[in-house]
Design a protein around this ligand. Structure first.
Ligand code: FAD
Length: 462
């Protein structure tokens, strides 16, 4: 039996970051992981592999659509799916091995196997029981399905199966127009699949800014994706390796079907705490099965904390990481803090979509007086040169104080551009602060400055 100051269960971005920070703060730390490699959902079957496939297929799209325009002639590349998969797998391996290296460097012990908590202060892995002054649950999440839809990871797949299909399907139906569905849908659309997205709500990406939603849907449709909105999926039938998706159109109650070679079920994820023994311990869960925590990530049982996808809040890697660092600070007797008002969210399609803070709809609901400064990438020289002028930056600032309340970007590198606004919001900056900051020319970030100028006396290039 070994004794630790902290044992973290789960090595996703929440767990591994927490373990490393605990060790850096002088706590003797171990991390339990049942998977064969470290890094959790994010590195193995989430953020990283999906971004590798998005990158490869974006390059293909660029070659097919823009090379000739720039005088780059010749045959456009053909797709070697096995090689693209190998590139994705290599990207995963580099990242997961990187975490192993960081564990060694920071002296975090990896306890290999599935862990459970027989009692507060103890973690069982295999036949061994280890002692821990503190336990952090970072057990993450798994895909959730719909009633009547059985995932076989071959014809009817979750995001996990969609990352490793045996071949590129001719026809794909994506159930759910959220981030994962649209990212994976656009991968296969660029690879030539006929992709239809079926969504229960009347809009795609329901939490996004309304104007962004509309333009985003238009741009994805232009890239060949078809949307069926306001449709309640009733079931998926699989026969002879083909699927039939049946749904009811809410506007007229009509029953419809769609044929597909592959159906991706992207209807969300649920917290995963199976096998930890939380019920016997008396660790309280929400009615959605998430571990209940207070503002310092403490659960209802002393000495047990929880973070990441296992608890409430957006299921995002960087939210899990921030909580991992913050809870480590708390366990080391410091003051860990996460500003939940400034957590960016990004969709890595082409163009990218990114947002932080409040949407216009939320500000209206809350009765907050605001102004919106908007700037189109059409007025940005770099975007025009790079065939990336679709989209805009919108900054929302308080009408009287000019303090930035939110920002919504659809356009090139939106996922990187959003961080200028995040930093500004962390510092309580006004739109004028960004407007008065010199931005290098020609960069996409000038569009952010122009949107900030539009909150005041007006953008220059509009
Ligand atoms: P996880 O990453 O889920 O890790 C939990 C780990 O705990 C797992 O490895 C699991 O094996 C282990 N575990 C669980 N129980 C036990 C146990 N009892 N014993 C031992 N080990 C255990 N987020 C973003 O921010 N950006 C993105 O671009 C993005 N893309 C995504 C794409 C896809 C396809 C998917 C599925 C998700 C994506 N996400 C993205 C979400 C992101 O992956 C999660 O929010 C993040 O991984 C949550 O981190 P976590 O540490 O809470 O849990």
């Amino acid at each position: 039996m070994s004794s630790y100051d902290v044992i973290v269960i789960g090595s996703g971005p929440g767990g591994y970051v927490c373990a490393i920070r605990c060790a850096q703060l002088g706590l003797k730390t171990a991390c339990v992981e049942g998977r064969e490699t470290l890094g959790g959902t994010c590195l193995n079957i989430g953020c990283i592999p999906s971004k590798a496939l998005l990158h490869a297929t974006e390059m293909l799209h660029e070659a097919e659509h823009n090379f000739e325009k720039m005088g780059l002639k010749g045959k456009s590349p053909s797709v070697d799916w096995q090689q693209m998969q190998a590139y994705k797998d290599d990207t995963i391996a580099q990242n997961t091995k990187g975490i192993e290296f960081l564990f060694k460097k920071n002296k975090v012990d990896w306890l290999k196997g599935w862990g459970s908590i027989p009692e507060a202060g103890k973690v069982k892995v295999g036949d061994e029981v280890h002692e821990a002054k503190n336990i952090v649950i970072a057990s993450g999440s798994v895909p959730s399905s719909l009633p009547g839809v059985e995932i076989d990871e071959e014809i009817v797949v979750s995001s996990t199966g969609a990352l490793s299909l045996g071949k590129i399907p001719k026809k794909m139906v994506v159930i759910g127009a959220g981030v994962i569905g649209l990212e994976m849908g656009s991968v296969y659309a660029r690879l030539g699949a006929e992709v239809t997205v079926v969504e229960y709500l009347d809009t795609i990406t329901p939490t996004m800014d309304g104007e962004v939603q509309k333009q985003f849907q238009k741009l994805l449709a232009k890239q060949g994706m078809t949307f069926v909105l306001g449709a309640a999926v009733k079931g998926v039938e699989v026969k002879n390796k083909k699927a039939k998706v049946s749904y009811t159109l809410k506007k007229d109650d009509s029953e419809q079907t769609l044929d597909a070679d592959v159906v991706l079920v992207a209807t969300g994820r649920k917290s995963y705490t199976d096998g930890l023994g939380l019920a016997d311990l008396g660790v309280e869960l929400t009615d959605r099965g998430q571990v209940k925590t207070d503002e310092h990530w403490a659960t209802s049982v002393k000495g047990i904390h929880a973070i990441g996808d296992a608890i409430t809040g957006p299921m995002l890697a960087h939210k899990a990481e921030d909580e991992g660092m913050a809870v480590a600070e708390v366990l080391a007797g410091k003051h860990g803090h996460v500003n939940y008002g400034v957590i960016p969210s990004v969709i890595y399609t082409h163009p990218e979509v990114a947002s932080v803070g409040k949407t216009e709809a939320e500000l209206k609901d809350e009765g907050v007086p605001y102004k919106a400064g908007k700037f189109s990438f059409m007025g940005n020289g770099r975007a025009k040169a790079n065939f990336a002028a679709d989209g805009f930056v919108k900054i929302l600032a308080h009408k009287e104080t000019d303090r930035i309340l939110g920002a919504h970007i659809i356009g090139p590198m939106a996922g990187d551009l959003i961080h200028e606004i995040c930093v500004a919001m962390e510092f309580g900056a006004a739109a004028q602060d960004i407007a008065l900051t010199c931005h290098a020319h020609p960069t996409y970030s000038e569009a952010v400055r122009e949107a900030a100028l539009a909150c005041g006396d007006g953008a220059i290039h509009a």
